[in-house]
Structure formats: C-alpha cells, structure tokens
Ligand binder design. Structure first.
Ligand code: HSE
Length: 380
C-alpha cells in the first residue's frame, strides 16, 4: 500500500483536503502518516482515522504519533508526500530530500515550485494528459496551481480546448480564505465591530448614514482589528493582492498568465491579465471575464463549449433571478460546482465574450486537484 505523508493537514487547505479524502473514502487505499512542525509526538487527526476509512490498518494508524515534519529520514521512507504547509516549509525540505536522492511523489499546495521546469501543475480536468505523460516520464513533483487560475480554467476550459481564446482579461473578486485562515477570522472580527455600530444606529431615523459615518471613524481607531490585513476589508474592497512585480502588476496578476499557460502547455503564450481584488467574501473567488476569441462565435456555440469544459461546470442562464440565486460566492461555497453565467457578447464585437464565474477557492482552487492526483498515483 502506498505510504503517504501529510504535512500542514491542520491548516485550512489541509483540513479541506482531509475532509474530501474522508468523504471519498480515499484513506482506504493508502497508508497515511501524519507529520507536524510543532506538535511532534502528538495525536493525528483522530476524526479522519476513527471514521472507519482507515481500512484494516485503522488501529495501527490511530496509535501512530505525529512525526517530525523536518525528519528527513522519516520523510525519505515515504512513497509520497502531500504538503499544505506553505512555501517556507517547501523551501526548507524539498531540495534537501531531492539532493538526498529521494524519488517519491512530492504533491504541494504552495507556489514555491510551480514554475520549476521539472514540476507539473495539477488541474486534471484541464491537463490530465499532460499529468499522465509526466508521471510516465518520471516527473515526481506536482503542484497545485494558483486558485484564481485554476477556477478560471475550470470555467472556460472548453474555449481553450478549441483554441478559441486569443486573450482573456480577468477582473477578480477574491475571498478572504485565499489570504489564509487568520485573514478570514480577522474580516469576521471587523464585521463584528461594525455590526455593533450599525445595531446602535439603525433604529434611528437616517440611521444608515449615521452608522456609515460612525463606521468610518471606528476603522481608524487603534482597537479596530487590522493586525493581519492592515486595513478594513469588511464593507470594503482591496485592489491589491500579494506584492508588486514588474509592469505595474501584482504577483497574483502575474501568476494569471504564467500559470494558465503552463497548465495549458501552450507553445504561443495566450495573454491573461487583469486586476486582482480582495473582497469580503469568505471562501469563493469570483471573476469577471473579458474573452477575446480568435473568430466570431455564436452565443449558443460559446455556451455549449463552456458547458462541455468538464462535469463540474454549471452554466447559469443570463437572467437576473437565476444569476442572483446561483452565481454568487454564498451559493457556490462548499460545493465543487464551477458556476459561470452572464455569458454574452460585449459591444466591442462578436469576438468579445463577457462572463462571470464563481468557484470555491478551497476546493477546486486548492485541495481537490491534489486529492485527485493522489488517486491517480494510487491507481498507477
Ligand atoms: N493567492 C490566492 C489568493 C490564494 O490570495 O486569493 C490561492 O492561490
């Protein structure tokens, strides 16, 4: 049975990964080892292993204490390592293991290794052939892609598959979860403070304006929770994610083109650019897309191609009621659905398509491609 080490399984992406593996019964087919960077010797994820998914090895696994995530000898003994621990951990451990001759599968959620020439980005509904060819060719480093990129390619993969996309501009509305659990918690704390203010004013006449101006004062006070984000995200939008790179682009915006093209394996770069914005949504990223097609495409054909992208795409009719009911972060969060709607030709011409897409950032944007790849490794 494949031995698989899990690192960073307690974090947000790691927890969602374990939950999905449990739902799909994936633990039955692997021999899991859990590691920790801070609680070596502690107990593993009892909920997962006690749930009857651990097969005949269940009791053995339950009693196995947490390994040291920096113990290279223990890691070297594994067939496969799945890490959701983050880029610093990858930077510290990955090279040391490879330099030591370890040839196991390294499956990573962090961005550190994404652009390495010997690493393949995981998004099997879009690039399964490439992943399979990579495994056969001896590639052993597989990395989950940027969530926004993955969710965009899941939504309009059918148009790319037909070679129809000349370029795409994505204006994003990225959820707090993309910045980590601490940011998600902080935006909820910010909401709490501001909700306290609104509850004091809303019973008054003209209460909305009074509450709004009191909130503007509250966010400048030193007690307002901004340790993580630095500024209010609650009732706000933040048009900068990550750090500045070249050309006036943020790193999040830069990833759009390089990662999308790497996943698609393009020989001629398809430009992908836009402005990435953090909003107060919790775990689903939304994107407004402008797609320049290589030829005029009818709305029916475009919609059919989009719907055929993969089995998770759900085309929402371009109509107000359905859009507001089904094409929002609240409607999509917690599901594997990739919702796409507002599909229509833009006034620029029949080669310009507008669309809006929403997907759960923690599922298809992070944990699910890793989980599915692990299944591919098990099935080899
Ligand atoms: N970089 C993304 C974000 C997270 O900040 O939302 C997932 O790739």
């Amino acid at each position: 049975m494949l031995t698989v080490g899990f690192i960073g399984w307690r974090g947000m992406v790691g927890s969602v990964l374990l939950q999905r593996m449990q739902e799909e019964g994936d633990f039955r087919d692997i021999d899991p080892y859990f590691f920790s960077t801070s609680q070596v010797g502690g107990e593993g994820p009892a909920a997962v292993l006690a749930a009857g998914d651990a097969g005949s090895h269940g009791t053995v696994r339950k009693s196995r204490p947490l390994g040291d995530a920096y113990d290279l000898a223990a890691l070297r003994a594994l067939d496969c390592i799945v890490t959701c621990q983050g880029g610093d951990y990858t930077g510290e451990v990955y090279r040391a293991l490879r330099n030591d001759g370890w040839r196991g599968f390294w499956i990573d959620a962090a961005s550190t290794l994404r652009m390495e020439s010997d690493a393949i980005l995981l998004l099997d509904p879009v690039n399964r052939d490439h992943i399979e060819r990579g495994i056969a060719a001896g590639i052993r480093t597989f990395v989950g892609a940027n969530c926004t990129v993955s969710l965009m390619l899941m939504a309009i993969g059918g148009l790319f598959r037909e070679g129809l996309v000349e370029w795409v501009s994505s204006m994003t509305y990225q959820a707090a979860s993309g910045a980590g659990a601490a940011v998600m918690e902080e935006v909820m704390r910010q909401h709490e403070v501001l909700a306290g203010i609104s509850s004091r004013h809303l019973s008054e006449r003209g209460g909305a304006l009074a509450a709004e101006s009191a909130m503007r004062v509250a966010v400048t006070e030193s007690t307002f929770p901004t340790t993580q984000i630095g500024v209010p995200l609650s009732f706000n939008v933040l048009p900068f994610i990550d750090k500045m790179v070249e050309g006036g682009r943020s790193r999040e915006e830069w990833k759009g083109q390089v990662e999308a093209n790497k996943i698609l394996g393009t020989t001629t770069i398809v430009p992908v650019d836009g402005i990435c914005v953090r909003v107060g949504a919790l775990r689903s990223h939304s994107q407004g897309l402008t797609i320049k097609l290589r030829r005029p495409v009818s709305l029916d054909e475009a919609t059919e191609l989009i719907a055929s992208s993969n089995e998770w795409v759900r085309v929402i009719p371009n109509e107000k009621g359905e859009t507001l009911r089904a094409l929002t972060p609240m409607a999509v969060s917690g599901s594997l659905q990739i919702a796409i709607g507002r599909i229509h030709h833009l006034t620029m011409g029949p080669e310009y398509l507008g669309a809006f897409t929403v997907g759960d950032q923690l599922l298809w944007g992070a944990a699910e491609p890793l989980r599915r790849f692990l299944r591919m490794v098990v099935a080899r």
